[in-house]
Design a protein around this ligand. Sequence first.
Ligand code: CAA
Length: 381
Amino acid sequence: MNFDLTEEHLMIQESARDFALNEIAPTAVQRDKSAEFPYEIVKKMGELGFMGMMVAPEYGGAGLDTISYALAMIEISKVDASVGVIMSVNNSLVCYGLEKYGSDFIKQKYLIPLAKGEKLGAFALSEPEAGSDATKQRTMADKDENHFRLNGIKNWITNGTTADYVLVMATTNKELAHKGISTFLVEKGTPGFDHGIKEDKLGIRSSDTCSLTFENCKVPAENLIWEEGKGFNFAMNTLNGGRIGIASQAVGIAEASLDAAVKYAKERKAFGQTISNFQAIQFMLSDMAVKVDAAKMLTLKAAALKDAGKPYIKEGAMAKLYASKVAVQNALDAIQIHGGYGYVRDYLVERYLRDSKITEIYEGTSEIQKIVIARALLDSK
Ligand code: CAA
C-alpha cells in the first residue's frame, strides 16, 4: 500500500490551495453574509479546469482522476464550502453522468460547455415528498411524438436558479415504479420550466438552492439520458460518486476547523500561558487531527477504488458518513476552544459549524449511507 501522492496530485492540490486562498478566501465572509452566488469565482474555476476535472479532454474536461478531484475539493471547501458544493454538483452529479450515460449528441452539445465551466449544471432528484425515499418520484414525463412533457416540482436543488442545464428525474411509466423513471436534460429558459426563490439557508449560504417547477415543459426526446426507465439507476450510480465529492467537502471543513483551533490555541492566553499548554485543549486538538486523517483516508480510498475500476459504493458511503460527522464534531470543538469568540461572526469557526451540517443531509442523509453500507455488508457475506 502506498500513501504517497504522485507529483501530479501534489501539483493539483497546491494549485487548488493557491486558488482557494487567493481568489475565494477574500470574499468568503462577505458572501456568507450576503448569500451572493460567486459568479466570477466559478467562471475562473472553469477556466482552470476545476468544473470538469474528471471529464476526458475530448469533451472539454481536465482528464484527471478522482483522487485529484477529491484533493481539489478538500482545498476549496476548506476555504469556502459554498464554492465546494457548486463544484461538486457540476463535476460529480452532472458531468460524470453525462460522460458515462449521455449520447454523443448530449456530450457534444451539453457536456463540453459544462466541463469547460462555460455552463453550469444542476441535478434534480429530490421532491417535496420524495427525499430519502427517492423511488417515489411524482414528476411525470409524458411522451408526445418526438418530445416529453414534464410536470412536477423538485426541491432543494443546488445551483437551481443559476444552472444553465438541469438533469431532471421524472416518471415515464408509473406502473413500473422506479424502473419507470427516466432522466432528462432540461435547458434553462425552456417554456414551462421555472424556479422558486433562493432558500435562506443556515450554511453554505453563498451557494444557490431552490425548488424547480415544470408545467407542460416540452423537452426534446434527444435530451433523454441513457434510456427510458434507467433514470433511477442513473441517479444512484451518479450519487455513488457524488458522495466522494461531499466527503471531500466535509474533510475540508473539518481540516479548516482544526487549523483554526490550533492557531487560536497558540495565540490565546489564560492563567498566564497560552491555552495550547493545557492538556484539555491538547486532547481536543489530538482527537480533531485523528478524525481529519481518518476521514481523509476513507475519502481517498473510495476515490482510489473508483479510479482503479473497483467497487466503491460502500466505501463512498462510509467516507461520506464519517467525514460529515467529523466535520460537525470538529467545528463544535473548534468553537469550544475559541470560547465566546467562537460564537460570533468575527471568527470563522461558527461558519464552519453552519456549513458542516448539510454534509450529513444532502446526497443521501447519514441514515441513508448506513443503509447503503449495511446492504453492501449483508450482500457480500
Ligand atoms: N448504487 C447503485 N444502485 C443502487 C444503489 C446504489 N447505491 N442503491 C439502490 N440502487 C438500485 C438497486 O440496485 C435497484 O436497482 P434495480 O431495480 O435495477 O435492481 C434500485 O436502485 C432500487 O433500489 P432498492 O430496491 O434498494 O430501493 P429502496 O427504495 O429500498 O432504497 C435508496 C433506495 C437506497 C434508499 C435510495 O432511494 C437512495 O439512495 N435514497 C437517497 C437519495 C439521495 O441520495 N438523495 C440526494 C438528493 S441529490 C442531492 O442532494 C444533490 C444536491 O443538490 C447536493
